[in-house]
Ligand binder design. Sequence first.
Ligand code: GAR
Length: 211
Amino acid sequence: MPSPSTPLRLAVLGSGRGTNLQSILDAIDQGTLAAQVVCVISDVPDALILERARRHHIPAFHISAAPFKSKLEGPAETAYIRTLKEHGADTIALAGFMRIIKTGLLAAFPGRILNIHPALLPSFPGAQSWKQALDHGAKITGCTVHLVDAGTDTGPIIIQRAVPVLADDTPESLHARIQEQEHLAYPEALRLFATTRIQIEGRRVRLLPPS
Ligand code: GAR
């Protein structure tokens, strides 16, 4: 595994618009994140994230995860792992990848898969968390970047950013403000992941200087 001074060889997996991918690419371009995005994979054939990657000359692949609707397992999981290894990825960033990661991928990249979630975990795991927060009447929500474990949105937390829920918020307006914070949080979490030693004590992530 790379030492803290080695640039990350990052693969980004997503199912949607890829605005988080864009924030990662912008941070790399601005010199604030030492990483190279080595490939982008989507389970959705026409996802904008693939188009965004291609515009940046990054190898971009649609790999179907059928027959499963909400998880990545079986031959599809094997195909994802093969592509990730072929491109020399050492770290995986899930960025709006709307599938549950299973043990095969977790074992192929132990401790090196991160996810961004649009709520302050452990509140509102799962889908459309901004809508869950609004429906619940939460006054504060936000986003979380965490390491991925075998549960759904349960892994140790690296970074969180808070977003107030406003009286006149709609699901769309709240999600848009959460995304503004995501675009700061994901590059920052990856920078910490790349430049510090991560020590996990129980559920707590400690970020230590490189040895
Ligand atoms: C982001 O808000 C991300 O947190 C969310 O999907 C969106 C993807 O946006 N992920 C989840 O809900 C995962 N449970 P993007 O495609 O523009 O980066």
